[in-house]
Structure formats: structure tokens, C-alpha cells
Write a protein that binds this ligand. Structure first.
Ligand SMILES: Cc1cc2nc3c(=O)[nH]c(=O)nc-3n(C[C@H](O)[C@H](O)[C@H](O)COP(=O)(O)OP(=O)(O)OC[C@H]3O[C@@H](n4cnc5c(N)ncnc54)[C@H](O)[C@@H]3O)c2cc1C
Length: 292
């Protein structure tokens, strides 16, 4: 069992990893190579770079620094976190256990731009299959997504209903989803773009660009990779406007689960993320020392 697993290899996660490793803890960083930092062409406002630095270079430098210190950094996709006598992080490849968890997954992905989606949240639209699947027992269940994450969410719903549809929302079915559908021939797939979800006090159907309306009782949004809010909801971590709520030590309402960087909001800048990582790691170091 690791002492700490950090999810996210951006500035917040890597900063925390440096402080945790230097205190001799057994840690793992899991990232997915899509830090917001790598989108930044030039960083001009971070300490120590008189000519500025390209975001991707700064991101890669951080990972190299962590690896030079002997930190394991894995590039896998985290699909969910649960607690069973410790935290269990499930990725597309494996499961990993730890005493503490640090969520450093950046700001949440934007929701798909579908008319009426927000209005029907909690009235048929859900972002967590394991949390809400039971409400749709033997009903018409739909999911939006086209990658490992939608497959993982769908796997949590298969025993709940045999009326399941996956909407790729305008994308060609991915190879991984095609393979999954071969094993589950009863699941229907729609590749048309969704333009609207129909219903007022509860979800009734999904309207496609070609005009068809597919009846649906529940719709699970699982596009792209699991976002900060997806991971938090599964673990029962409280959010405020899609940002994770933490106390002054960066601990969430779930004991032993911490969150830092853009995932908690505030100043969405590298300097704040690096500081969050350092402060949070120092506090976890103290907790681990007390347990020895
Ligand atoms: C275009 C642009 C320009 C910017 N310019 C500046 C600037 O000039 N100065 C400045 O200070 N800030 C700038 N920023 C902001 C800065 O990039 C962010 O504040 C910072 O990168 C946030 O760090 P973070 O570690 O919290 O999250 P991120 O850097 O977003 O890293 C998140 C990490 O979590 C991982 N992750 C997320 N979900 C999963 C999952 N399900 N499984 C596995 N891994 C996952 C990602 O792969 C990534 O490694 C800019 C941002 C953008 C988009």
C-alpha cells in the first residue's frame, strides 16, 4: 500500500510529490498528460524565468524533476476512487491502494453543450453511475461518451437494466468502445450529435440532430476522461460550483482525501498550485509521522 497517491501530474500534484518524497514517503503520481499547463504557449508570470517558459516545457520539467527524485509517475487514466480500509484508485490499467489521496486533477472539463442539460440535473441527468444507477433499475438508461470512462460507467449499469444506449455525440465510435460493444451486443450506440434533452420535471428523451427523439429515463454524462467533479462525487467529496471544498490543510470532508491546485478554485495560476502542493504535502507528512 502506498502512503499517498497523487492524482494529477501538473504543477500542484508534482509540487506535492516533491515534498512527500523528500520526507521518505512511499508515493505514486498518476497523470494523464493533459495538464492545462501544456496548453499555455508562454508563461511570463512565474518566478525564475526571465525570458518566460513554454507551458509544455515547464510541465515536462516538473515530471522529470519528480522522476529524478525517484518518484513513480504513471500515465494512466483514473476512472474512479473508492474507500475500503484505505483508498483504492482504479485506472484503465490497474488498481492502486493508499493511506491518503491527493486530488490534483485541475479544473473540471466543461459539460457538453446540450440544450436543457443543466435544467434536468438531478431529474434524470447524472454524473455518477455508481451513485445514481439504482434509481433507474429496469428503465431506459443512456450514457454520453466514447472512451474508457464511459465504458467504466456503463459497466456499473449493466446489471441494473438491459435497456442501455450509448451516445457518442457526433463522434465516430472509438476502438475501445467498439470492442466493448462486441462483448455487449444488447447495448445500442448512436453516433449522431445530441441537440437537446427533452423534459421539464424529469428526463423524457434525447433529441438528435437528425430529429429523432430516443426515449430515456436516465442519462449519465461520461464524456472525455473522469473530471475532478466526477472523481469527487464518487467518493462523496463535497463540491462548490464544480470546485472541491477543502479546509485550511486542503483536506476535504472525506478524511484522508485532500485536494489542491485548480481543482479547488481560487487563483487559477501556477504559483498558487505549487504553494497548495507544498502546504498540503507538509501537513500529510506530519500526519504520517504521527502514525509511525
Ligand atoms: C492557455 C492557458 C494559459 C495559461 N497561462 C498561465 C500563465 O501564464 N501563468 C500561470 O500561472 N498560469 C497559467 N495558466 C493556468 C495554469 O496552467 C493552471 O493554473 C495550472 O496548470 C493548474 O495546475 P494543476 O496542477 O492544478 O492542474 P493541471 O495543470 O490542469 O493538471 C491536472 C493534472 O491532472 C491529470 N488528470 C486529470 N484528470 C485525470 C484522470 N481522470 N486521470 C488521470 N489524470 C488526470 C492531468 O492529466 C494533469 O496531469 C494557463 C492556462 C491555460 C489553459
Amino acid at each position: 500500500m502506498y502512503d499517498v497517491i497523487i492524482i494529477g501530474s501538473g504543477p500542484a500534484g508534482i509540487s506535492a510529490s516533491l515534498y512527500l518524497k523528500r520526507a521518505n514517503n512511499n508515493i505514486l503520481v498518476i497523470g494523464n498528460n493533459n495538464s492545462r499547463l501544456s496548453l499555455a504557449h508562454k508563461i511570463d508570470n512565474y518566478y525564475g524565468f526571465p525570458e518566460g517558459i513554454n507551458g509544455k516545457d515547464l510541465y515536462n520539467n516538473g515530471i522529470e524533476q519528480a522522476k529524478n527524485l525517484g518518484i513513480d509517475v504513471l500515465f494512466e487514466e483514473v476512472l474512479g476512487i473508492r474507500y475500503e480500509n484505505g483508498f483504492i484508485v482504479k485506472t484503465n490499467i490497474n488498481e492502486y491502494n493508499s493511506k491518503y489521496i491527493v486530488i490534483a486533477t485541475g479544473s473540471s472539463n466543461s459539460k457538453p453543450n446540450i440544450k436543457n442539460l443543466t435544467n434536468l440535473e438531478g431529474k434524470g441527468i447524472s454524473y455518477c453511475a455508481i451513485c445514481d444507477g439504482f434509481f433507474f433499475k429496469n428503465k431506459a438508461i443512456s450514457l454520453i461518451g466514447n472512451s474508457n470512462y464511459v465504458i467504466s460507467e456503463c459497466s456499473d449499469l449493466i446489471n441494473i437494466s438491459d435497456n442501455i444506449s450509448i451516445f457518442t455525440n457526433g463522434e465516430e465510435t472509438s476502438i475501445e468502445l467498439s470492442d466493448f460493444l462486441v462483448e455487449h451486443p444488447n447495448i445500442k450506440v448512436y453516433n449522431d450529435k445530441i441537440i437537446e434533452v427533452i423534459g421539464s420535471d424529469h428526463l423524457e428523451g434525447i433529441k438528435l440532430e437528425n430529429g429523432d427523439v430516443i426515449p430515456a429515463d436516465g442519462l449519465f454524462v461520461a464524456n472525455g476522461i473522469a473530471s475532478t467533479s466526477n472523481l469527487a462525487i464518487k467518493l462523496g467529496v463535497l463540491l462548490n460550483n464544480n470546485f472541491i471544498k477543502v479546509d485550511s490543510n486542503f483536506e476535504t470532508n472525506v478524511k484522508g482525501c485532500f485536494a489542491i491546485g485548480d481543482s479547488i478554485g481560487g487563483l487559477l495560476q501556477i504559483s498558487k498550485c505549487v504553494s497548495d502542493g507544498a502546504i498540503c504535502a507538509t501537513y500529510i507528512n506530519k500526519l504520517l509521522k504521527e502514525k509511525e
